[in-house]
Design a protein around this ligand. Structure first.
Ligand code: CMP
Length: 143
């Protein structure tokens, strides 16, 4: 079953949005496979956001994501990678539709509450960066 990496960023954790965000994914029908509250080491942040290393905002991005605890998760379900992206809304909250997480809870592109993998390749890479295989719970839902 398809899996994706989702992370509530430091702004979302400090604004007590972890429960709300987890609830949205649960209510949609996705399954939580792993989750941990952690402060990201600088090296891991640089690797996670490696594709943005040549962008002018890279330093700001790494500094923000390491500034406080994040809640890193793995969610599973049919089409979870693209559906999670729709539920999150556009990267820039100014462009995110109301009803999406960023549309409802964020105003700035740098502090946009949540990160989610943008492709199957990113999902595999990001899950591997943040979790060990044994961290992911395997269970069969009966409903
Ligand atoms: P995310 O989905 O975590 O992936 C890369 C992040 O870079 C993105 O969300 C934004 O939070 C951040 N980002 C994108 N553009 C800018 C920008 N112009 N200034 C600061 N941060 C940005």
């Amino acid at each position: 079953m398809e899996k994706t990496f989702i992370m509530v960023k430091p702004d979302g954790v400090q604004r007590n949005l972890v429960g709300e965000i987890v609830q949205r994914f649960e209510q949609k029908g996705f399954t939580l496979c792993a989750g941990k509250l952690m402060t990201i080491p600088k090296e891991l942040a640089e690797e996670h956001y490696g594709e943005h290393s040549d962008k002018p905002f890279f330093g700001e991005l790494v500094s923000f994501i390491t500034s406080g605890p994040v809640f890193a998760m793995v969610w599973e379900g049919e089409g979870v990678i693209s559906t999670a992206r729709k539920m999150m809304g556009a990267t820039n909250p100014a462009d995110a539709d109301p009803g999406t997480i960023r549309g409802d809870y964020a105003v700035q592109v740098g502090m946009n509450v949540i990160h989610g993998s943008d492709s199957p390749e990113s999902a595999e890479r990001e899950i591997g960066l943040f979790f060990n295989e044994g961290d992911l719970v395997e269970y069969k839902k009966t409903i």
